[in-house]
Design a protein around this ligand. Sequence first.
Ligand code: CUA
Length: 333
Amino acid sequence: MKHAVVIAILVILCTFLVHTGLTNIGLLPLQASVQAVAVDQLMGIHIWLISFLFSLIMVTLVYSLIVFRRKKGETGDGAHIVGSSGLEVAWTVIPLLAVITLAYIGARSLGEVRRIDPSALQVKVIGGQWYWQFQYPEFGVMSTELYLPVDRQVDLQMTSKDVIHSFWVPEFRVKQDLIPGRTTDLRITPTIIGKYKVLCAELCGTSHAYMEGAVFVVSQQDFESWVKTQQSSIPMDPVLRGEQLAQQYGCTNCHSVDGSSKIGPTWYELFESEVELDNGTYVVADHEYLIRSIINPNLQVVEGYSANMMPPFEDTLDQPAIEALAAYIESLK
Ligand code: CUA
């Protein structure tokens, strides 16, 4: 009994010591969103639990090694102990209750994190190898930087252009995969004005580690002026708008505009030319052909190129954007 009391006291002391250590080495980054509070509460409980379990095991182990070691002159075997119903019930019931309690707290936190605010700001997130892109359909704005007004929930509707990526801003805590062909969502209510970084948390190829994007949490006023600046940088002329889109969406990474050879067919003098398809037929590259090829490039594949090289832009670009791109391609002669 004396040993049990000593061990209990040592375990309690050690638990507080380990807990103080763990909470003071800066395990967690800044807590900068409403959702982060719920996540950190869970994390806090777990840090207490692991401090206790670590202490329970280590204190008992070290205590036994020292106090019950073989003394000089002792040669016999140790006491032979068989079974203990009380102990077995205890180590079954206690973890069971712990798991049920954690499940309850976890479910409650999940509800907190996924709480939907109907007045949330809508932002579409597109991930690709290796970039982030953010669209604000309400304002017709597109950006490679994520601007968010402080203290307002943002509803991120996310999808991927190619492979699975994962949207993660450590300061906001929550994380969500971006999956090609599917839309996933994430809700964040940033609470602290500042500059953050969105990281990709899913291994997605050679430049995965560099797939970062700037995130700015700003005042409502600064957000509005940013939107205005962005809107005024959108050219009214469809050809210029198309040129801007071609760069923003990476079209010109694969399609040259001067006739030179790249991954995809050149756009130079493409309009109204005769194009040979991979099934041996010919088609005139008229306006409809250009629109069709942007929406679904795998429908008519040009001879010498393979299907599935270019993603369909049906869901990514709206009608005016597709028309603007076609207008730009038509101007290249
Ligand atoms: Cu995208 Cu890793």
